[in-house]
Design a protein around this ligand. Structure first.
Ligand SMILES: Cc1ncc(COP(=O)(O)O)c(C=O)c1O
Length: 433
């Protein structure tokens, strides 16, 4: 090319959750069947969307307007429904004008960082959902700046470290929280979000709260949305239907702007996000048309309760198995549908292995040149057992060593078998050298 046509941030776009699929396909060619524990898609994992939701969708396809564009911000009646529900919960009151639809929340995340001044940085959690951390790093062409979610403290964020980072990096303009969190399953207690809001207020920052799992919080845990504690701080909450309905293939998510009137610069930024969405005309109409009917149906919340009950049982079982293994740290998930195991410092080395087919070892080692220790474990686990999980370090932009798997498997005995095999593999791996 006459000019370098590659964006300077190109190398920062990483999504190990899907990158590992190519390796798994090579493993499958060796005759090993793959247990997919990498992608948080309930439907791909075997959950059946309820017949009543399918009927609402089928009925919508019979209306001609379902095939039309929708307004850029989203269908008026759908945004009115969301604003009404939001306002009934108490906390900050919004109007339909404060809501903007996207083709999936991933698209919303991408618009958010793409339209941010390259010198304005967002402080995000470690470990972090890679769509946020990669998009933030790419927008600034610098490594993502993170605060620690502390596995030694039940995954609570280290607020002292958060404030230190905010003071040190003057370009930090916003704080991201993912609540409930992917990959840890942590749900932020009210006082923690309040403390983060107070920091934002003190340093004149805005807050992004990714709440895509907010309706998937387990019994005994309370969900405090950003809207309930935001006070006068500018904020953006993110929601979607991929995990809830579940309908990830619909590509439908939305963001809610809070306190636009409190800060002119924040208001201008939010208008630039709307403008960039306008260039794309609008988001997909069908899921927006059915959203109020599905979420407003009296069967919706009981249906979600059944699902979260099952995830909680899966998490309890995983905890009972993994917490007995010396050298790893685990916590019961409180929401979403992920379980994370952390290897304690120094417990992994480059000589540990699991038994894999001889001819495959060469390929595996070629993939693992300069790989982090947890990626090495994950690849050996995959090659040896067919179980495909995601390493924390490269998969979730983390300083921790560990891995994440799913709590989605609908078949209880399959789930328990997978957990038992992973646990045995950890023990074998750690004792191999
Ligand atoms: C925390 C979080 N935010 C956003 C997304 C993206 O969701 P969507 O399917 O709406 O793009 C995901 C998907 O896994 C997620 O875990």
């Amino acid at each position: 090319m006459r000019q370098d046509i590659v964006h300077p941030g190109a190398d920062k776009l990483r999504y190990e959750i899907r990158e590992i699929v190519d390796v798994a396909k090579r493993v499958a060619k060796e005759g090993i069947s793959i247990v997919w524990e990498n992608i948080g898609d309930p439907v791909a994992k075997g959950e059946v969307p309820p017949a009543w939701i399918k009927k609402i969708v089928a009925d919508a396809t019979r209306e001609d307007l379902t095939f039309a564009y929708s307004p850029t911000k989203g269908l008026d009646e759908t945004r009115a429904y969301i604003a009404r529900e939001r306002n009934l919960e108490g906390g900050i009151q919004i109007t339909p004008d404060d809501i903007l639809f996207f083709n999936g929340l991933g698209d919303g995340i991408s618009h958010l960082y793409r339209n941010l001044n390259p010198h304005a940085r967002i402080l995000g959690p470690d470990p972090s959902y890679p769509t946020h951390s990669s998009a933030e790093a790419a927008h600034s062409d610098k490594p993502h700046i993170t605060y620690k979610l502390d596995p030694e403290n039940g995954w609570k964020p280290d607020l002292a470290e958060m404030e230190k980072k905010i003071r040190k990096h003057k370009d930090i303009s916003g704080i991201l929280i993912v609540n409930p969190d992917n990959p840890t399953g942590f749900v932020y207690p009210q006082e923690t979000i309040r403390a983060i809001v107070a920091l934002a207020k003190k340093y004149k920052l805005f807050i992004i709260s990714d709440e895509i799992y907010s309706n998937l919080v387990y019994e005994g845990n309370n969900m405090y949305k950003l809207a309930s504690v935001i006070d006068g701080v500018p904020g953006i909450a993110m929601r979607g239907i991929s995990k809830e309905f579940p309908w990830p293939g619909a590509r439908c998510g939305w963001i809610e702007f809070y306190n636009r009137d409190k800060d002119e610069n924040f208001d201008r930024y939010t208008r630039s996000i709307v403008d960039s969405k306008t260039l794309e005309v609008c988001s997909t109409t069908l899921p927006q048309r059915v959203l109020p009917k599905v979420m407003g149906d009296k069967r919706y919340y009981p249906y979600l309760a059944l699902r979260t009950h099952r995830y909680q049982e899966r998490s309890d079982y995983a905890y009972s198995v993994f917490s007995k293994i010396p050298g790893i740290i685990v916590h019961k998930a409180r929401g979403a549908f992920y379980f994370t195991c952390v290897f304690k410092n120094g417990i992994l080395n480059k000589n540990q292995t699991l038994s894999v087919k001889n001819n495959f070892k060469k390929y595996l080692d070629s993939c693992l040149t300069n790989a982090s220790p947890d990626k090495r474990f994950v690849y050996y686990l995959l090659a040896s057992t067919g179980i495909c999980v995601v390493p924390l370090s490269s998969g979730f932009n983390s300083s921790l060593q560990g891995f994440r798997f799913l709590l989605l498997e609908p078949n209880e005995s399959h789930f328990k078998k997978t957990v038992d095999i992973i646990a045995k593999s950890i023990i074998d791996y750690l004792s191999s050298k």
